[in-house]
Design a protein around this ligand. Structure first.
Ligand SMILES: [Zn+2]
Ligand SMILES: [Zn+2]
Length: 167
C-alpha cells in the first residue's frame, strides 16, 4: 500500500540516519489510508483506539518528518493549529478554510496557477511548491454569521494573511 510514498519516506529517513520504525509506519498508514485533512491529536486518538502504544511527541515528530520529506502537506487552521493531508505527485490543490467551523474546502483554479507562474517568471524565480489559502466563512456558516461576527471571527483566527471576507 502506497509503496511509492513509503519508499520516498524511507529514503528520506535513511539520509538522516533514521529508520522507518513501527510507530512512524503507523502514522504514515493512518495518513495515507484516505484523503482527508486531519489533526495530529485525531491521529493519536485513532492509533490508541487501535491499541497502538505511541506518544503524542512521536506523532508530532513523525508528522514533521513526513512534511519535510514532501509527501505530506500541512494546512494552518487559525489558532487551533495544523491539519495534515497526504500529497500525491502531480496532484495539486489549494484551500478555502472556514473560520467558523474549521471546514477545509479544496479547490483547483488553473487561472490562479498560471498567474503564479507569471509572477515567478517576472522575478526569475523557480517555483518548487506553493500553498494558497483563503480564510472566510463557508456556505453552511454564512446564513448564521453576520458581517460583524465574521470580522470578529477573523480577528479571533489571527490568521497570518488577511482574511478573505464574503459579503
Ligand atoms: Zn463553516
Ligand atoms: Zn487539501
Amino acid at each position: 500500500m502506497r509503496t511509492r510514498e513509503r519508499d520516498i519516506f524511507r529514503k528520506y529517513l535513511e539520509r538522516r540516519g533514521l529508520k522507518l520504525t513501527t510507530e512512524r509506519q503507523a502514522v504514515f498508514d493512518e495518513l495515507f489510508a484516505r484523503h482527508e485533512h486531519v489533526e495530529a491529536d485525531e491521529i493519536l486518538v485513532r492509533l490508541r483506539g487501535k491499541g497502538k502504544k505511541i506518544s503524542r511527541a512521536t506523532i508530532y515528530r513523525t508528522l514533521e518528518l513526513l512534511v519535510d520529506s514532501g509527501i505530506v502537506g500541512r494546512v494552518r487552521i487559525g489558532e487551533i493549529g495544523y491539519r495534515y493531508e497526504r500529497l500525491r505527485a502531480g496532484e495539486h490543490h489549494d484551500h478555502l478554510i472556514c473560520n467558523e467551523c474549521g471546514r477545509v474546502i479544496e479547490f483547483f483554479e488553473p487561472r490562479i496557477e498560471s498567474l503564479q507562474d507569471d509572477v515567478c517568471e517576472r522575478y526569475g524565480f523557480l517555483p518548487l511548491s506553493h500553498s494558497h489559502q483563503m480564510r472566510g466563512i463557508c456556505r453552511q456558516c454564512r446564513p448564521r454569521t453576520s458581517v460583524v461576527e465574521a470580522v470578529a471571527s477573523a480577528e479571533r483566527a489571527k490568521a497570518g494573511r488577511r482574511p478573505h471576507l464574503v459579503h
